[in-house]
Design a protein around this ligand. Structure first.
Ligand code: HEM
Length: 290
């Protein structure tokens, strides 16, 4: 796609997300509730042999992170069933992650179809989406098992896509990237969560810091579908690429324009369609917000 048609495509997707969810385009169309944190990324010695990216060569790189609740808009309840997001800028890399390890759509158009079904108020609509989209089964089953979070920093966050880690001799290893908490927090019951203030996750973030995460590269094996973000992998092999330490709750002077395709040399873009659709939609959503 040319950059004009990418922008048009993104604008159409953003409009459709707004009309499917009823979101006000002056807010983030999704993940509207959330809070900021600042800290540092420190690489592990296992990272440079996999990727030449600058953040794996420098002793430490500063990081800006935003934790978020996906659904419910700016005034929803943090304890309502939802997944959660974590977007982090570390040097030239944006990691835009959430708590499901796989996604329920392969394209932006399918995502809009799902959002329409989920927001229609018709109890038959999501089952109808699931029947028409068998690829959504794993993510929908995991989303149904989801329990309210006790804190943003106790959750594990995943990329869904596989990124190419390119080393000094040009070898590419595809890997899903994720952030695993050093202090996992057990979930709350629905009653406990709904008894807390509406914004308990965002309001509680400063009290959770400092908090650490391992940046993991999850490597596929034989049967794993590398470029299908809807499918779980059988492989459990992970390499720790470094540690993200978020030390303080702090909003940046200028908000990063998070983009899942903002990648440094040494990390290449996912080959699935979803990543390109996301990138275009985020840029368009930001233009609507500006
Ligand atoms: C085609 C699929 C997707 C579309 C169209 C989409 C769309 C969007 C949009 C429009 C926003 C609001 C952006 C803004 O206003 O700044 C957003 C935010 C976000 N999305 Fe997605 N999304 C998709 C898939 C995903 C996936 C697979 C993940 C995680 C693996 C994810 C994680 C996030 C996060 C963490 C944010 C909040 C970013 C922030 O804090 O600024 N999204 N998404």
């Amino acid at each position: 796609m040319t950059s004009n048609s990418t922008a048009d495509h993104g604008a159409r997707l953003a409009d459709r997300i707004a009309s499917a969810t009823g979101a006000d385009p002056r807010d983030r169309l999704l993940h509207a509730r959330g809070g900021w944190a600042a800290g540092t990324f420190t690489p592990s010695p296992l990272a440079p042999p996999l990727s030449t990216a600058g953040l794996f060569a420098a002793p430490a790189t500063s990081a800006t992170a935003r934790f978020s609740s996906t659904l419910g808009g700016p005034h929803g309840h943090d304890g309502a069933p939802s997944d959660h997001g974590l977007a982090v800028r570390i040097g030239g890399l944006d990691l835009v992650l959430f708590t499901l390890p796989v996604f329920f759509a392969r394209t932006g158009a399918d995502m809009v179809e799902f959002l329409r079904a989920a927001n229609s108020g018709d109890p038959a609509a999501v089952p109808a989406y699931a029947a028409a989209h068998p690829e959504a089964a794993e993510a929908l089953a995991l989303a149904q098992q989801g329990r309210p979070a006790a804190g943003f920093t106790g959750l594990e966050y995943h990329s869904a896509h596989a990124f190419g880690l390119v080393n000094a001799v040009g070898t590419t290893r595809w890997a899903r990237l994720g952030l695993r908490p050093h202090r996992p927090l057990p979930p709350l019951t629905a009653e406990e969560a709904l008894a807390r203030p509406r914004d308990y996750l965002t309001a509680g973030l400063p009290t959770e810091l400092p908090a650490g995460f391992d940046l993991l590269a999850h490597l596929p094996e034989g049967p794993d579908e590398v470029h299908d973000p809807t499918r779980r992998w059988t492989s459990r092999q992970t390499v720790t690429l470094g540690t993200l330490t978020l030390s303080r709750a702090e909003a940046p002077a200028a908000e990063p324009d998070f983009d899942p395709l903002r990648l440094p040399p040494g990390i290449t873009a996912p080959l699935d369609r979803l990543a390109a659709d996301r990138s275009a939609a985020y840029a368009a959503a930001r233009r609507l917000r500006a």
